[in-house]
Ligand binder design. Structure first.
Ligand code: WTA
Length: 649
């Protein structure tokens, strides 16, 4: 790979694809990429009909797309079983004895599941779900550690047509209750606990507490992981292993419509209520499958590792569905990257011969901070491709990643996408796209992305604007669960016919997309999406709090840190004890990731005369120490000086 440095600006540092890599990959020239991309846009039916042949259909579709904006149906008339595509077709063929999952627990225990073994476990669990009354379209909450059972549970739901909704294991009781209520779930799958930084996360206890408030759950199935005592409620709670012992290891995968709902995944938006993003079967599978094939260049001898958690979309699309549809061998790791120290990942990579490694910039920044001594002892020469996801990657972090993890040669695919998009939409192709640190480069097949201004007009090259998509794509969200009006308004309401991603971006003269980050009230903390309104809601739920405003500030490690401004009831002033209590209170309601990093007590918040909190001013105050923007709409201008004093400016 050659490095051409034209000027000091990192934007000018172009990394051309490696010729050797190009020789073995599926798309090896820009001409080929451009031809295929053009076909995918101009003749989507032809393009997708060809690609869809890679999947196993129980009945072939009759029409590739039915688009009644903003509602899409893909592969209309087709019947498919997503689980069969991820498991059976490998287990029943030459990949039968190939490792599907190499699992490593945080304490160091290791389990390998071949595709044949995975099929047996998934079939058993599908039988368990059916024996316990779970039917097609029923909603099943999965709240588990990063153990193979999490993937097995998801695949078993897909197999019987039940709709899973995975809740990240770091979320706390109230977050579980919200999701139970919104989804109307009748079954919960969990574990006694999970290991995190040497401690047990009490998952079953959290479920018990949530079920005190939500009464709609009939069965709770509990996998044994940590072995601590948990309360099992008679008639409701069942042990995973005991249930599996009662059923056969075979199960017939039924055919479901292409548009059968596959899962709901909750994500943060501009309001306090998380949105249940609904994905369906064939289109989602197509998107995750094809992106793994071309962007991650998955081959039969690869050992792939995505370090995400199954509780987020990256874990859904790039641990469970995409990689398994490709029949790849993958690593699954339960714990924290620094347990017992920051060499954990690299030891696993060396030991298992990882070839494709996919992680988030926030993790890379933590490794940079920890120091190279944790990496140096390990042989990472098996790694041939690196991926990044979740937030913009700074050019110096990109360069460090390539140098220290990629041995100065592995291509990096900086992949832009969202919970809503289901699969990667903007990314380099590793064998042909020239990369520049900091840009996710070019749209993937079928993706018509653009940058527009406030009026919806396309921006000129290098002009900043909003990132939009002009055409439907197979793995797009179909709606917000039970809330079509919110789906229409949030994603398709800004400009006619355009999907707004909520991200700011610009496109350079070569057509590369440079994503700058969220433009709405969504924070990106360590690659996790959090709504400021959710955190404000949690703070206000505390008896001492009258009002709260939450904003993000740039943070070297997390990308963004959470800053809260709080006014207390009765004009009281807060102290350190209350500060600690409020942070813990947020942790208890939402989860530790949402705890404010900074919390300031203030007698008043900056508001407009109509009573709206002006978060823009708080953001500017925290970032620069001053307010330069328009303050004429402020109800009480003295608030700003007061806040400056509080912030010590
Ligand atoms: C951000 C995660 C820049 C973006 C897959 C998006 C990125 C949000 C990138 C979605 C990237 C994700 N470069 N920003 N490569 N990837 N983002 O739903 O702001 O958890 O809107 O999905 O993450 O976060 P979500």
């Amino acid at each position: 790979m050659s490095t051409k440095r034209k000027s000091k600006s990192p934007e000018a540092q172009v990394f051309k694809p490696d010729k050797k890599f190009a020789k073995t990959t599926r798309i090896s020239s820009m001409a080929q990429y451009k031809r295929m991309w053009k076909e995918s846009i101009d003749s989507p039916s032809k393009f997708w009909a060809r690609e869809a042949k890679d999947l196993t259909w129980q009945k072939k579709w009759s029409k590739v797309l039915d688009w009644k904006a903003p509602f899409a149906e893909w592969f209309v008339g087709g019947k498919i079983n997503v689980c069969e595509n991820c498991v059976d077709r490998h287990a029943d063929g030459p990949r039968k004895n190939k490792a599907a999952i190499i699992f490593e627990g945080e304490p160091g225990d290791r389990t390998v599941l071949t595709y044949a073994q995975l099929k047996r476990e998934v079939c058993k669990f599908a039988n368990v779900l059916e024996a316990n009354g779970v039917k097609s379209k029923d909603r099943v909450i999965i709240y588990m550690p990063m153990i193979p059972e999490a993937a097995i549970a998801m695949l078993a739901c897909a197999r019987i047509g039940a709709v899973h909704s995975v809740i990240f294991g770091g979320f706390a009781v109230d977050a579980i209750v919200d999701r139970l209520e919104d989804s109307g779930a009748t079954t919960v799958i969990t574990a006694d606990g999970g290991w995190r930084r040497g401690k047990v996360v009490p998952l079953k206890d959290n479920v018990d507490a949530a079920l005190e408030k939500y009464k709609g759950v009939k069965k709770v199935i509990v996998a044994k992981r940590t072995g601590q005592d948990v309360t099992m409620k008679r008639g409701r709670d069942l042990w995973w292993n005991e249930e599996c012992a009662k059923v056969p290891g075979t199960h017939k995968a039924k055919a479901f419509d292409s548009e059968h709902p596959l899962f709901i995944l909750y994500t943060s938006g501009s309001t306090g209520k998380p949105k249940g993003i609904l994905h369906t079967s064939a289109g989602y599978l197509m998107g995750t499958y094809i992106s793994c094939k071309y962007i991650f260049d998955m081959k039969d001898d690869d050992v792939y590792w995505c370090t995400a958690d199954v509780g987020w979309i990256t874990g859904h699309s790039y641990i469970v569905y995409g990689p398994m549809a490709n029949g790849v061998t993958q690593v699954m790791y339960e714990g924290a990257p620094n347990q017992p120290d920051f060499s954990r990942f690299w030891r696993i990579c060396e030991d298992l011969g990882v070839t494709i490694f996919y992680t988030a910039p926030t993790a890379i920044r933590a490794f940079i901070r920890a120091g190279e001594e944790f990496i140096k002892p390990y042989d990472l020469s098996s790694i041939r491709l690196l991926g990044s996801v979740g937030e913009p990657i700074n050019p110096d972090v990109w360069l460090w990643y390539r140098e220290h993890i990629g041995g100065g040669k592995a291509p990096i695919v900086d992949t832009w996408w969202q919970t809503e998009t289901g699969s990667i939409l903007i990314s380099p192709l590793p064998g042909c796209t020239p990369t520049i640190p900091g840009t996710a480069t070019l749209p993937f097949f079928g993706v018509d992305a653009a940058i527009v201004d406030e009026t919806g007009e396309e921006c000129k090259p290098d002009e900043s604007g909003r990132l939009v998509l002009r055409k439907p794509w197979p793995s797009m969200l179909r709606t917000i669960y039970n809330d079509k009006p919110r789906y229409k308004k949030t994603y398709w309401g800004d400009f006619k016919g355009l999907y707004t991603a909520g991200d700011g971006a610009r496109r350079d003269k070569q057509g590369n997309f440079w994503i700058t980050g969220r433009m709405d009230d969504v924070l990106n903390v360590s690659g996790h999406r959090l709504g400021t309104a959710e955190i404000e809601g949690a703070l206000v739920a505390h008896e001492a709090v009258a009002e709260a405003a939450v904003i993000g500030r740039p943070d070297d490690l997390k990308g963004q840190a959470v800053v809260a401004f709080v006014s207390l009831k009765g004009g009281k002033t807060g102290d350190d004890a209350l500060l600690k209590e409020l942070r813990n209170h947020v942790g208890k309601l939402i989860g530790a990731i949402a705890k404010p990093d900074d919390l300031h007590f203030t007698p008043a918040l900056p508001k407009t005369r109509s009573g709206k909190i002006m978060r823009r001013l708080l953001k500017e105050l925290v970032a620069t120490g001053n307010v330069t923007g328009n303050t004429t709409t402020l109800e009480d201008p003295t608030v700003i000086d007061n806040l400056k004093r509080i912030l010590g400016r």
